[in-house]
Design a protein. Structure first.
Length: 374
């Protein structure tokens, strides 16, 4: 796992929702007690220090301390400070976290179960909403969640970064972690797959098989992580001296997958009649396609995989979320395993730490994939 960081900037610790700020401050202090940042019988930081770390007025923090005294969690001792009494009473203190995702798919069910388990382990709660890859709906959902007191946001953004300006303001209102995609100009933590590493390894693998004419089937949608993959493939092809044989076919991959999962195979059938003949023309000796579901819906379901014979094909397979398709188990198909559920677990950990400690500096955590050895 790789991490790149930028200097820390002022980030929100408490979201501005409907709950009174002093109650939100009290909840966050209890979270810090729960996680051992303020141990039993220790003294809390001063009102001034808490005010700074929480980004709240002295008055709001003072009211939060009074609330915790009422609950017998802390005790003010004259001339000494505020002492933590009983961390056990903070064990069930929970964050409300929202995941906003662009698509509802078969993978979403598995991810949601994994998220539920991750939240259970942390005594937190999670609300899952789908934006249908609509920038306006994404905004409406996020505003509604913040207005109703959500404490943190996991955001799997819509395609094309259409909400960049809006999201630049959102991360100033609520602790936010981006998942699976980067948005240039939005300064907040992000957890993504290491597409650069995977792309270079894929080309190295094909070069070891003496492949010189590679077709890359990739969605042209403007997603920075997709661009990282394509750039890495191009750079590595140059390194191996096969850049002249590299061709990138811009296919509506995401649209096809989403339509097929909704039971509409029309577009998949149409594109099969275009991409299939290209691959069997003899011009190419290898294929890179990041989405194994596209290979299934477009090539396997229309017998083009059979016609490709032993041509090397490399793709990604998502641990926990990819369907186990018999037609995709072929000697000529090599997969790089990507742990989507693990990605979300890392994002939850980052968000949890950020909400508790107020550390939401911009950094990118990259999760490496691994080649499956058949």
């Amino acid at each position: 796992m790789k991490t790149s960081e930028q200097p820390e900037s002022q980030m929100p610790t408490i979201a501005t929702g409907r709950s009174p700020l002093y109650l939100e401050a009290a909840r966050l202090i209890k979270q810090r007690i729960k996680h051992g940042e303020y141990p039993a019988h220790s003294l809390l930081p001063s009102i001034r220090q808490l005010s700074k770390s929480l980004g709240l007025s002295h008055n709001a923090v003072q009211r939060a301390i009074q609330q915790l005294e009422t609950e017998r969690i802390v005790e003010s001792q004259h001339g000494i400070g505020v002492k933590v009494l009983t961390p056990e009473d903070c064990a069930t203190t929970a964050h409300w976290i929202a995941l906003v995702q662009p698509y509802h798919s078969l993978a979403s069910v598995t991810l949601q179960r994994g998220l539920e388990q991750a939240m259970e382990d942390r005594s937190n709660f999670c609300v899952v909403k789908t934006s249908d890859n609509d920038p306006r709906r994404e905004q409406q959902i996020i505003d509604h969640l913040i207005d109703n007191g959500i404490n943190g946001l996991l955001l799997w953004p819509v395609d094309n970064d259409d909400n960049t300006d809006y999201l630049s303001q959102v991360v100033k209102r609520i602790p936010t972690v981006l998942v699976d995609r980067l948005i240039p100009g939005v300064s907040t933590p992000a957890v993504v797959h290491d597409y650069d590493q995977a792309g270079r390894e894929m080309v190295d693998f094909l070069a070891s098989k003496q492949c010189k004419n590679i077709m890359v089937i990739c969605d042209p949608v403007a997603i920075p992580t997709f661009d990282e993959l394509k750039n890495a493939i191009s750079d590595q092809c140059k390194k191996h001296g096969v850049i002249k044989g590299l061709a990138i076919a811009g296919e509506p991959v995401l649209q096809i997958i989403n339509q097929c999962q909704d039971g509409d195979f029309t577009l998949a059938a149409q594109r099969a009649q275009v991409i299939g003949p290209m691959l069997t023309s003899g011009k190419y000796d290898a294929v890179i396609c990041p989405q194994d579901q596209y290979l299934n819906y477009v090539l396997a379901q229309h017998d083009w995989l059979d016609m490709l014979g032993d041509m090397p094909i490399v793709s990604f397979r998502h641990l926990h979320t990819s369907r186990d398709l018999k037609q995709m188990h072929r000697a000529n198909i090599t997969n790089w395993m990507m742990d989507q559920l693990g990605l979300f677990h890392k994002a939850i950990t980052l968000l949890d730490e950020g909400m508790i400690k107020g550390n939401m500096r911009h950094r990118v955590v990259r999760q490496e994939s691994r080649r499956l050895i058949s």
